[in-house]
Design a protein around this ligand. Structure first.
Ligand code: NAD
Length: 315
């Protein structure tokens, strides 16, 4: 007789633009058997659960409902997208005080429910909120992960792919550091088919400033979208569903995530974006990329910025 696996259960907290896009992406990709959704806007969640369930005659998961904190008890994964988004002119770090308050009102009842799975934090500032989730929950470091520079890395791969006329999935490139203004591309590694992007640029008659233009374009993309339509959600909704899938399906996949530093890059006591391996148990390995001196200095500057904001916010 076939072995019946426990259904994979996800609870999403925060059913706004990012959360509902994540949920739709999950449904379309058939990532879990069960999806519960929590939000303070209870009636909206009820409507959204029914609306999402409307897509399930042709997709998966089959069981989608408006949830409450006790439902977290036997969940495998909690995805936190609750929190204020950036307004035009605001940085992600400007959101820290309001979103830390929201976060603690969420993490405490989740832990009280007896939840024993993995946290995936997406709300901003994601590195700081991931660190706070780890602290508030008392969970081991391998079970608290942030979406980190996943979205930024996807944007970087897309921009390089367009320049070199290749599929972004064939671009080996990372944005590292804070998911925010101090993030940076790892140019000493970033390559297509083993040819460094910096060499490709030179070979095509462009100077080094092209790399800086790409960096700026990627770093400013969120501001551009927010100025034009008020929020960004399709990219992060899809990226966070990809992370959820890598965890639930035990993919041992390398993704650029916000994880707890334990001496990597000489850093401690913070979460920051680096390639990391994830699977069914959460974080399996942190990959410390060999960085050039300039990139190491950027990583340290990014960490310093995060620590300064955390020191004030956690006081
Ligand atoms: P939104 O305003 O559309 O949705 C936020 C949702 O959170 C709302 O539905 C609101 O009711 C809910 N909420 C607020 N307080 C709550 C609480 N105490 N408990 C439960 N739910 C609560 O915002 P959005 O555009 O969906 O953005 C959500 C977060 O995601 C923001 O912090 C934003 O900056 C972040 N974000 C992250 C990335 C990334 O790459 N990590 C990308 C884009 C946006």
């Amino acid at each position: 007789m076939a072995r019946v696996e426990k259904p994979r259960k996800v609870i999403l907290v925060g059913d706004g633009a990012v959360g509902s896009t994540f949920a739709f992406s999950m449904v379309q990709q058939g990532i879990a058997e069960e999806l519960g959704i929590i939000d303070i806007a209870k009636e909206h969640v009820q409507g959204d659960a029914i609306d999402l369930a409307d897509a399930t005659p042709w997709t998966y998961p089959k069981n989608i409902y408006a949830a409450d904190y006790p439902d977290c008890k036997d969940a495998d994964l909690i995805v936190i997208t609750a929190g204020a988004p950036q307004k035009p002119g605001e940085t992600r770090l400007d959101l820290v005080n309001k979103n830390l308050k929201i976060l603690s009102s969420i993490v405490e009842p989740i832990v009280e429910s007896g939840f024993d799975g993995i946290f995936l934090v997406v709300a901003n500032p994601v590195d700081i909120l991931t660190h706070a989730t780890w602290k508030i929950s008392g969970f081991p470091k391998d079970r608290v992960i942030g979406s980190g520079t996943s979205l930024d890395t996807g944007r970087l791969q897309k921009v390089i792919g367009e320049m070199e006329h290749v599929d972004p999935r064939s671009v080996n490139a990372y944005m590292l550091g804070e998911h925010g203004d101090t993030e940076f591309p790892a140019w000493s590694y970033n390559n297509v088919g083993g040819v460094k992007v910096s060499d490709w640029v030179k070979a095509h008659g462009m100077d080094e400033s092209k790399l800086e233009d790409i960096h700026k374009e990627v770093a400013n993309m969120a501001y551009d979208i927010i100025n034009k339509k008020g929020a960004t959600f399709y990219g992060i909704g899809t990226a966070s569903a990809m992370i959820a899938k890598a965890i639930l399906n035990d993919e041992h996949r390398v993704l650029p995530l916000s994880v707890a530093m334990d001496g990597q890059y000489g850093l401690h006591d913070l979460h920051i974006g680096t390639p990391a391996v994830v699977g069914r148990k959460g974080l399996e390995q942190i990959i410390e990329m060999p960085l050039s001196d300039d990139e190491q200095a950027k990583m340290e500057a990014s960490a310093k910025q995060l620590k300064e904001v955390m020191d004030k916010a956690f006081k």
